[in-house]
Design a protein. Structure first.
Lengths: 204, 188
C-alpha cells in the first residue's frame, strides 16, 4: 500500500496506482481489425468504458454537464473514426489517445462550433453517454447524521470546499489557516465522513 | 480493480486534482491515469456524488454549520436568500424564519485576537450542547453560525442562547453571550 509519504518522497503519482487499460487496448485492436466493416459490439463496449471517463474530464475542464456530455460524443466519434480508418498506430496506448483527443477538443471547442454538428450528422452509432450521475449518492438521513457527527472544523472545511469547489489555499486565507492545515483537516474530515457512511465509525 | 493507494489517500489526491490544486505535471499524471483506470475513475465519480449530496444537504440546511463571513458572501453571490443577525457580546435580537428564506445566519461578534480555541455552547432552554474547537478567523472578530432550517421552521416562541468561550488547556473565558428571541414567522 502506498501512502502520502510516497508522494512526499517524489514517487510519481502514476506509480501509486494500478492500471487496467489492457481491456481497452483489446477493444481498440478489435475495432481496428474490423475496419470499415465495423464491430458494433466492440465499439459499444469501448464507448461504455470511456464515456464516464471523458465525462469526468469534461466536467473538470468545462464545469458544465451539458458541455461534458457534448465532449463525450465528440471524442468518441473522432476516436472511433480513427480506429475504423486504421489511423491509430498504438492501440496499447488507446487511453492516452482518447485523453489527447479530449484535450485537443477542449482547446478547439470555441473555434469549431459547426464542426460538431457535421460530425454528428455523419455518424450513425448511438454515442449517448451512460447516465451516471448520483450513482453513489448516500442515504440522506445517514449523510445528515454523519455530517452532524463530524468535528466542527472538519464539517466546516468539507462543506465550504464542496459547496463551490473551493481550493485549500483560498479556504485557508478565509479561515486564517495555512493551506497545508486545511488539507489535513479536509483529509481527516473526508475519511471520517466516508467511514461513518459505510458504518464503520461514528464520524470521529 | 482495487487501487493500490489507501482509499483516503486516493480521495485526497483526486480531490486535489478536482480542485486544481496540483501543478501541471501532477494534474496531467492523474488525468492520464484516470483514462486508463476504471477503478480510480469510478472513485472520482463517487467522490463527486458525495460532494453533490453534501451540497444538497447544505442547500436544504439540514445541519448546523459554522462557516466564515467569506462563505456567507459566496452564498449571497449565488443568489441564496439569507436572513442575517449581527450580535455583539451580551446582545439580544428578535428573530424569525420566513418561508422565503434559504438560510438564517448568525454573526456572533467577539474579541478574538490572540484566541487559539473557541468553543460554542448552544442553550435552547432545555438542554445545552457544546461544540468545541470552532473554525474562526480572528481578524474577522466574529464566529458565523448557520443553524439548521429544519429546526427553525418548526420552532415556536422560544429563547435560545449561544455562548462563546476562549479555551486554553487550563482554563476557559466567556467571550460573549448572544440571545435569540424567536417568534414564528408572521406575514402581518
Amino acid at each position: 500500500m502506498r501512502t502520502a509519504s510516497h508522494y512526499a518522497r517524489g514517487v510519481p503519482i502514476s506509480a501509486a496506482f494500478t492500471r487496467d487499460d489492457d481491456e481497452a487496448a483489446r477493444l481498440a485492436r478489435r475495432i481496428l481489425e474490423a475496419a470499415s466493416a465495423g464491430d458494433a459490439h466492440a465499439e459499444a463496449e469501448f464507448c461504455r468504458q470511456f464515456a464516464p471517463r471523458i465525462r469526468l474530464f469534461g466536467l473538470k475542464r468545462l464545469r458544465s454537464e451539458a458541455a461534458a456530455a457534448d465532449l463525450v460524443q465528440d471524442v468518441l466519434m473522432l476516436v472511433l473514426q480513427k480506429l475504423r480508418a486504421g489511423a491509430v498506430h498504438e492501440p496499447e496506448r488507446i487511453a492516452s489517445f482518447v485523453l489527447g483527443t479530449a484535450r485537443q477538443l477542449c482547446i478547439d471547442a470555441r473555434r469549431n462550433g459547426g464542426r460538431r454538428q457535421r460530425l454528428l450528422d455523419s455518424f450513425s452509432l448511438d454515442l449517448e453517454p451512460a447516465a451516471t450521475p448520483e450513482l453513489h449518492a448516500p442515504d440522506e438521513a445517514r449523510l445528515q447524521h454523519c455530517l452532524q457527527a463530524l468535528p466542527e472544523r472538519e464539517r466546516a472545511v468539507l462543506i465550504m470546499t464542496f459547496y463551490d469547489d473551493c481550493p485549500a489555499e483560498t479556504l485557508g486565507a478565509q479561515m486564517g489557516l495555512s493551506t497545508g492545515n486545511v488539507r489535513v483537516i479536509r483529509h481527516r474530515g473526508l475519511k471520517h465522513l466516508r467511514d461513518c457512511l459505510v458504518g464503520s465509525g461514528g464520524a470521529t | 480493480m482495487t487501487p493500490h493507494v489507501h482509499d483516503s489517500e486516493l480521495d485526497s489526491k483526486l480531490l486535489s486534482y478536482w480542485l486544481d490544486e496540483l501543478d501541471e505535471t501532477q494534474a496531467s499524471e492523474v488525468e492520464e491515469h484516470l483514462f486508463a483506470c476504471e477503478g480510480c475513475a469510478a472513485r472520482l465519480r463517487e467522490l463527486l456524488d458525495l460532494r453533490n449530496a453534501v451540497r444538497a444537504a447544505l442547500r436544504d440546511s439540514r445541519f448546523a454549520a459554522v462557516v466564515t463571513p467569506a462563505f456567507v458572501r459566496r452564498l449571497q453571490a449565488a443568489g441564496l436568500r439569507l436572513r442575517e443577525y449581527h450580535l455583539l457580546p451580551g446582545g439580544s435580537v428578535p428573530c424569525t424564519f420566513a418561508p422565503t428564506d434559504d438560510f438564517v445566519v448568525s454573526h456572533l461578534h467577539a474579541p478574538l485576537a490572540g484566541v487559539r480555541q473557541v468553543d460554542l455552547v448552544y442553550d435552547d432552554g432545555y438542554s445545552q450542547h457544546r461544540a468545541p474547537h470552532l473554525p474562526f478567523d480572528a481578524s474577522a472578530e466574529e464566529v458565523t453560525v448557520i443553524p439548521p432550517v429544519a429546526m427553525l421552521r418548526n420552532l415556536g416562541t422560544a429563547t435560545h442562547r449561544m455562548r462563546l468561550f476562549a479555551v486554553t488547556p487550563s482554563s476557559e473565558r466567556l467571550l460573549g453571550e448572544y440571545t435569540f428571541n424567536h417568534e414564528p414567522w408572521s406575514s402581518t
